[in-house]
Unconditional design. Structure first.
Length: 159
């Protein structure tokens, strides 16, 4: 039996982080966490690009454009959608998540999901470096692990 497990190794990998400017105080913390994780896991700072978009709605199309260049081994999307008084939250959060999943599947490139979908500002703060960690960091580590797993699954690799 062969068993394949990815390792969050960033050595030799090009990664792009796409960040939403909406709720920028939260997003900046997620971006900082993602960059810290990438560098600490071996990605050269010179091999990391950061692209800012207006909001979470724009994350999938930017991800599509970036991955279509075939320049990157992985992408990390960070942002924060915080529930308000209308159903806008449900539409933006759901469609951004669906769009990022579709881009990843279509491009066959790992997309780390660091888009917070929280009920309150306090919940977002807790997940952007607070008591629940930094989900930007987690998304970056997951993207690196999946990029490594992909390389291990290529034909001729025995694990």
């Amino acid at each position: 039996m062969a068993e394949f497990v990815g390792s969050p190794s960033g050595e030799g990998r090009r990664v792009v982080v796409v960040a939403s400017r909406f709720n920028e105080a939260i997003t900046q913390k997620l971006l900082d966490g993602a960059l810290d994780a990438l560098v600490k896991h071996g990605t050269s700072f010179a091999d990391i690009d950061v692209v800012w978009v207006p909001g979470a709605w724009e994350l999938p199309v930017a991800a599509h454009w970036l991955l279509a260049t075939e320049r990157y081994d992985a992408l990390v999307a960070v942002g924060a959608v915080i529930r308000g008084e209308t159903s806008h939250f449900d539409i933006i959060a759901g469609e951004a998540a669906r769009g990022l999943a579709q881009v990843s599947a279509d491009s066959e490139t790992p997309v780390g999901f660091g888009l917070l979908t929280c009920e309150t500002d306090e919940q977002a703060e807790a997940r952007a470096g607070g008591e629940h960690g930094n989900k930007g960091w987690d998304a970056a580590v997951a993207a690196l692990e999946m990029a490594d797993l992909r390389s291990r699954l290529e034909p001729g690799d025995e694990g």
